[in-house]
Design a protein around this ligand. Structure first.
Ligand SMILES: [Zn+2]
Length: 241
């Protein structure tokens, strides 16, 4: 396995802690605390850049959402060095390394992080789009802003952010796939009903077989849709039961 990317990152609690410190220490760049409070708890906030701002202080660029929006935050060099590192491997897996504790009481806030699931949407989008050559797998749409890295099995149903649970779809196909109107079968055949409203080609798979969507996830997705249809028809026809 090869490391393809490596970033230092904040979890929400780490970011809050660093931002509170920056406010307290009256550093030049802080994030509006309301923004920090509104961030989701299970995301990874990457540090994509830093510069030595003044002695013992770094100015960090922190990505705060999926669209790549960033904020600047001034932190001490020690704090920066204490941030955990996330490493991505060429098979789509990742690991997290925690640095040595810089402060005597640092143990608590670092260990809280280890137990939390880490979501890595930005990376997920990047690997999925690149595996499909930045093109919808069901049509020729290649306008990057209209492409989605769709999860086959939703995160809320236990789907991971790994490449075999992802598929690159344009916005139209993503919506149809997500709500079950459009089906991608475990054997990669596609079922698109007549009234779908968007043209649908055969599924284009990634060049690299290692990046193929998992048939197992596709099967689970289909089963969930079937279940939803059954549940809905039960609600719709109370008289028939
Ligand atoms: Zn499409």
């Amino acid at each position: 396995m090869k490391i393809v990317e490596e970033y230092k990152f904040f979890s929400k609690p780490l970011l809050k802690k660093a931002n509170d410190a920056a406010l307290r220490e009256k550093r030049n760049k802080c994030i509006n605390p309301a923004i920090v409070d509104s961030l989701p708890l299970d995301y990874v906030f990457y540090v994509t850049g830093f510069m030595y701002h003044k002695k013992n202080e770094l100015r960090l660029t922190v990505i705060i959402d999926e669209s790549g929006k960033s904020e600047l935050l001034d932190v001490s060099v020690t704090r920066y060095q204490s941030l955990p590192t996330i490493r991505y491997f060429d098979d789509g897996n990742f690991d997290v390394k925690f640095s040595e504790r810089p402060y005597p009481n640092g143990r608590e806030w670092q260990e809280i992080e280890v137990k939390k699931p880490l979501r890595n949407q930005i990376h997920f989008r990047k690997i999925v789009l690149s595996a499909y050559n930045n093109c919808c797998s069901l049509c020729d749409m290649n306008e990057i802003t209209l492409l989605r890295a769709a999860h086959i099995l939703d995160v809320k149903n236990g789907g991971p952010d790994s490449i075999d649970n992802g598929i690159c779809l344009c916005v139209n196909h993503e919506i149809a796939f997500d709500n079950g109107k459009l089906r991608i079968n475990p054997d990669y055949s596609v079922f698109a009903p007549d009234g779908l409203g968007v043209r649908c080609n055969e599924l284009k798979l990634p060049m690299d077989k290692n990046y193929y969507p998992s048939s197992d996830f596709l099967k689970q997705k289909s089963e969930l849709i079937d279940k939803k249809i059954t549940d809905t028809s039960r609600v719709d026809c109370p008289a028939s039961s």
